[in-house]
Design a protein around this ligand. Structure first.
Ligand code: SF4
Ligand code: SF4
Length: 173
């Protein structure tokens, strides 16, 4: 290839690249000033899990281990215990409950299989995406971190309303 062809091809490539860059200038910007502005999450987003309770505040999890069995990353650790007290005084909805329920977010791939496997609707994905920590050990979340009644909710996100399709807005090219 001669040097002249080389220069022409390079100039064409630069003009094409600049054309793409310039075409974005008049378009609406989707940059979010996080954390000063809340990030908008899709309703289907899979963030940190939530362990749910019933209307009396009793834990829905019956420690059946189905979520742990379904987990491809083997990152759910459960210790079952019996609570023989009367139903209204129990920790959970059943005599059997999870005394320990840990999820290691160093391994979790947010596949949602645990949520699908649960026969009691005891676990779902929440929206918390702020899971960065300085120590790998801190990625291990315990029942107190996961229970919906105890999990600290960040103000740094909002969930998109049903008519908002954030994804397609971002996909606009
Ligand atoms: S989302 Fe997937 S990887 Fe994470 S705990 Fe559930 S089953 Fe395991
Ligand atoms: S979260 Fe659901 S699937 Fe997992 S142990 Fe509890 S009841 Fe069973």
């Amino acid at each position: 290839m001669s040097i002249i062809t080389d220069v022409i091809e390079s100039t064409k490539a630069i003009i094409q690249g600049m054309g793409v860059t310039l075409s974005y200038i008049p378009k609406r910007k989707w940059t979010v000033e996080y954390p000063d502005e809340p990030v908008t999450m899709q309703p289907r987003y899979r963030g940190q899990h939530l362990l749910h309770v019933d209307e009396l505040g009793r834990e829905k999890c019956v420690a059946c281990y189905l979520c742990a069995a379904a987990c491809p990353s083997e990152c759910i650790y459960i210790v079952a215990a019996d609570d023989p007290r009367p139903p209204e005084q129990r920790v959970g909805v059943d005599e059997r409950y999870a005394e320990v329920y840990n999820i290691d977010y160093g391994r979790c791939i947010f596949c949602g299989y645990c949520v699908e496997a649960c026969p009691k609707d005891a676990i779902t994905h929440g929206y918390n995406f702020e899971l960065s920590v300085y120590s790998r050990a801190d990625l291990l979340k315990t029942k107190d971190d996961l229970l919906i009644t105890k999990q600290l909710q960040s103000k740094n996100y909002r969930v998109a309303r049903s008519h908002e399709d954030v994804d397609s807005e971002y996909k606009e090219v």
